[in-house]
Design a protein around this ligand. Structure first.
Ligand SMILES: Cc1cc2nc3c(=O)[nH]c(=O)nc-3n(C[C@H](O)[C@H](O)[C@H](O)COP(=O)(O)O)c2cc1C
Length: 194
């Protein structure tokens, strides 16, 4: 992939919350986790483990523990037949650190979100999740702290990028298309002085 393509992917990436019900092969999921494990890591501690869930029965249990798109809740909760087809749960392995540097998780999550795009997949990072429920349903031991998860699959929506200096709340239009405001470049880029 050329740099130019990567630039376009990053500009194009939006959180996807509606999915086609086509299964993603484990070969692809493995490559995505490979991208995550190679992300930068403070002191190279590499304390993140990745729990992949794609079995229908478990998917249902994870789905029940999630809150989607709080600003417009419940309008962007995936309806029956448009749910994520797999999940990547980001776990802090307590054997590897007592004080996780959360930047590591952000960097690994972005590697996942961008690599999904290279396989024509999409995803959404979720932290508004019932961690106790997920721990119980998936029998996750106390050696792991649940940080967040990425819900993913083949996209069944195409959210649109908007520019807005003030509003941070995404919205749905009359055609059920999600619009996501981002601060303009001129507002956030400070050149040599601020
Ligand atoms: C740390 C973090 C937690 C998030 N938690 C949730 C969540 O619980 N539910 C959800 O629907 N979206 C969640 N999101 C997705 C954000 O709503 C989304 O990134 C934001 O609206 C900007 O849209 P974009 O990703 O398309 O640029 C989360 C994003 C981040 C970075």
């Amino acid at each position: 992939m050329t740099e130019n393509n990567l630039y376009k992917l990053i500009i194009r990436r939006r959180s996807i919350r509606l999915f086609k019900q086509k299964k993603v092969s484990f070969d692809i999921i493995e490559k995505i986790i490979d991208c995550a494990r190679l992300a930068p890591s403070a002191a190279n501690l590499q304390f993140i483990d990745y729990l992949v869930v794609d079995k229908d029965a478990l998917n249902k249990k994870v789905f029940a523990a999630l809150t989607f798109a709080a600003y417009i809740y419940p309008k962007r909760t995936p309806p029956n037949g448009r749910e994520p087809t797999f999940y990547i749960i980001l776990l802090v392995n307590r054997h590897r650190t007592k004080e996780p540097n959360l930047r590591d998780i952000g960097l690994a999550a972005e590697n996942i979100l961008i690599s999904l795009l290279t396989f024509n997949l999409g995803g959404c990072c979720l932290q508004n999740i019932d961690k106790d429920k997920i721990r119980k349903e998936l029998k996750i031991s106390d050696n792991y702290e649940i940080d967040s998860l990425i819900a993913a699959g083949y996209p069944d929506e195409a959210p649109r990028l908007e520019t807005d200096s003030v509003n941070v709340k995404y919205w749905l239009d009359d055609n059920d298309c999600l619009h996501v405001p981002k601060r303009p470049l001129k507002d956030v880029l400070h050149y040599n002085n601020i």
